[in-house]
Design a protein around this ligand. Structure first.
Ligand SMILES: [Zn+2]
Length: 343
């Protein structure tokens, strides 16, 4: 926390948004060792426990009980302490190098060490709690990422064969796998009134076959992640994908399926950086379409085209939403034109 205060008010960040959050005192749930600041990146690279980089470590002269280690990056300097009990490295202080000045980082660090001893620099119970939280968060994130990649794999198999299934793994090692993910794909060629092969609609049904209801949170999360891999837009789904165990149907274009196929070759690291796992863009507006089309689509759970041109799956909860402006405008034009025709 002490280091973050100094880094947050200093420069050299590789990510302005992160600096803003840190300067405002907002902690990110991600591991602090992943922060995009050269000091953090360098400390994480040299003190990550990798035996190949141990030789790059350099002791801060005159420290031995306990030893503190140097971190240098550009004008920045830092001190690392390694917990003798578990080998965990902690960046415990940072500052700026000012050669031959008493305010030089290492001169100031050694002076406070001499005056107050090492205790103020060592991690507190809060720091250790924070570390536990980060490790748990990272484990959950790894599980979500593997689930997302697996959902894509099952989907792509179903695109070829019509049906595929895969195991949703347990979050904790040695636990019961909570569910089986089933995906069905059905094509409705010509349904959207276009010959464009990329515009052909497909129905993608998702269902979790639950083995273990013990952890509802895990099941809900798993279902959301599988759904977001298929379509991240809630308006493509026939029901809000929070209810576990029911069959959910999304209507997507052939273009969307091709896009998923193309992005399946992406590196897992790129997916982790770029995809908001399990995040669905909410339905914000009710679109207008022919009443008969809406009625039929509501029964089948398929998409209809709104007057504005947007495809959407009509759902019961749409009534509460504000109407789409573009749809309303086009409806007025349409009404005026048919009144004109009658006269
Ligand atoms: Zn609309």
């Amino acid at each position: 926390m002490r280091c973050l205060k100094v880094l947050g008010s200093g420069g050299d960040w590789g990510d302005e948004r992160q600096q803003e959050l840190i300067a405002a005192g907002t902690l990110l749930p991600r591991g602090l060792h992943t922060l995009n600041h050269p000091m953090v990146r360098h400390a994480a690279a040299v003190y990550n426990g990798d035996p190949n980089v141990v030789a790059q470590r350099e002791l801060i002269a005159d420290t031995s009980d306990p030893p503190f280690w140097k971190v240098k990056s550009g004008r920045w300097r830092g001190a690392v302490w390694i917990d003798p009990n578990d080998g965990q490295a902690w960046l415990v202080d940072v500052g700026i190098r000012r050669a031959d000045s008493p305010t030089d980082f290492y001169a100031a660090f050694l002076a406070s060490l001499a005056a107050e001893g090492p205790a103020p620099f060592l991690p507190t119970a809060d720091d250790r709690d924070r570390l536990k939280l980060e490790i748990a968060h990272e484990r959950l994130r790894d599980w979500e990422l593997s689930l997302y990649l697996q959902s894509v794999e099952v989907l792509l198999e179903a695109v070829e064969t019509g049906y595929a299934r895969g195991v949703i793994p347990t979050v904790l090692e040695g636990g019961v796998d909570p569910a089986i993910l089933e995906i069905e794909v059905e094509r409705y060629p010509g349904e959207w009134g276009t010959d464009d092969p990329l515009e052909q609609p497909a129905g993608v049904a998702v269902q979790l076959r639950v083995n273990n209801w013990a952890d509802r949170g895990v099941l809900t999360r798993a279902q959301l992640i599988a759904c977001s891999a298929i379509s991240p837009y809630e308006q493509d789904w026939d029901a809000a994908p929070e209810v576990v165990g029911v069959r959910l149907l999304a209507t997507v274009s052939e273009a969307r399926l091709l896009y998923i196929k193309a992005s399946a070759d992406l590196d897992a690291g790129v997916v982790a950086e770029q995809v908001e796992l399990g995040d669905l863009a909410p339905v914000t507006h009710a679109h207008l379409a022919k009443t008969s089309a809406i009625a039929a689509a509501s029964i089948d759970g398929t998409a209809v085209r709104g007057l504005c041109g947007q495809w959407f799956v009509p759902r019961q909860d749409h009534g509460a939403l504000p109407e789409c402006e573009e749809c309303l405008t086009r409806y007025e034009v349409f009404k005026a034109a048919s009144a004109e025709a009658k006269n």
